[in-house]
Write a protein that binds this ligand. Structure first.
Ligand code: GAL
Ligand code: CA
Length: 338
């Protein structure tokens, strides 16, 4: 019996040693819509870490927020013989020509974070999408605000029973901006609140633009009227907090505090939760999005089947890998600090 156990263990080890050496030599070419984006930098780092484990080659280029530049980058990857592509499109409505370039070559293509239209996803068999359901993040961020108002009746600063809020949206046309805006307001209403929008504008995912927009809202409606700020991502939430701080708000005085929520759970957002200037956020899981994208690309590049077992993530309709969001509040943010 004992002897059998020893032999069995040895056999298992031998298999795992073989697996460890059966590294890929695939070349995967990736384009990121722009490097200067906090959340996508997290995805990029995770892609790199996963490829280091897999042993293949991963090239990543910055599309500098220009779609024509990204199209050229894809052409360049194809001419140098890349075995698979990972694309975070600049403009998700412009994914079709990229899909076609891959299709003509029979090259696998994995889109991340900016979801191509269903027609494009359905027009090719070696296409995948790795992302997250923006509805979830919208719902969770709206619920964080609603929970705060339930637990803190004084948050209703004018005592009218309604939530007077500011909405700061991400880039126009991005599914995450549209759906987070829609579902965060819906969640406050579903929680039983009447809501009043005092201001709503885009700041293109950008912290500096959000500070400007928030300063504009403060001068338009007055700081006393604002009871909550919802931003479609953390960089913009942090930008709004800068504008609040300039008015002496969210700096420790409980009488001068306006709850602000974002989405992503970036390191600076977790820091802001720690120092008390930001109420909450939603984890947009950059690590798992990056790992999943590289696993799919490598397997497909090597001509191996892409299955739930082979990638370790759930696959919907054969081509969508949805990484779940998670609410992040004062109760659990510390678990995410690296
Ligand atoms: C969103 C993320 C934003 C921004 C955007 C880029 O999912 O929340 O912070 O990174 O993607 O497409
Ligand atoms: Ca109110």
């Amino acid at each position: 019996m004992k002897k059998f156990a020893v032999v069995f263990t040895a056999a298992v080890l031998a298999v795992s040693v073989v697996a460890a050496f059966a590294a890929t030599d695939a070349l995967v070419g990736a384009c990121i819509y722009k490097f200067d984006d906090t959340f996508m930098t997290g995805v990029r780092n995770a892609m790199r870490a996963e490829m280091d484990k897999q042993g293949g080659e991963l090239e990543i280029v910055d599309s500098q927020n220009r779609q024509p530049m990204q199209n050229d980058q894809v052409d360049a990857y194809i001419s140098k013989g890349a075995n698979a592509l990972i694309v975070n499109p600049v403009d998700r409505t412009a994914a079709e020509p990229l899909m076609n370039k891959a299709k003509v070559e029979g090259l696998p293509i994995v889109f991340v974070n900016r979801e191509p239209y269903a027609e494009v996803m359905n027009a090719y068999d070696k296409i995948w999408y790795v992302g997250a359901k923006a509805e979830e993040s919208g719902t969770q961020s709206g619920q964080i605000i609603a929970d705060y108002f339930k637990a803190n009746p004084k948050a209703d600063r004018n005592g009218d029973g309604k939530i007077q809020y500011i909405m700061i949206r991400g880039e126009q046309g991005h599914q995450d901006a549209t759906l987070r805006t829609e579902f965060s307001t819906k969640a406050m209403k579903d929680a039983g609140f009447e809501i009043v929008e005092l201001g709503n504008d885009t700041a293109n995912w950008d912290k500096v633009q959000a500070t400007d927009k928030m300063k504009g809202f403060i001068s338009a409606v007055g700081i006393d009227a604002i009871e909550a700020v919802l931003a479609n991502n953390d960089d913009m939430a942090l930008g709004a907090i800068e504008a609040l701080k300039a008015e002496g708000y969210n700096m420790g005085d409980p009488a001068k505090y306006i709850p602000v929520v974002g989405v992503d759970a970036t390191a600076p957002a977790l820091e802001a939760m720690k120092d008390g200037s930001m109420l909450g956020t939603v984890l947009n899981d950059a690590d798992n999005q990056g790992y999943a994208a590289v696993r799919v690309a490598v397997l497909a590049a090597d001509g191996k089947p892409v299955t739930e077992e082979s990638i370790g993530y759930k696959i919907t309709d054969g081509k969508y890998i949805w990484i779940p969001y998670r609410p992040v509040t004062v109760d659990n943010y510390q678990e995410l600090m690296k």
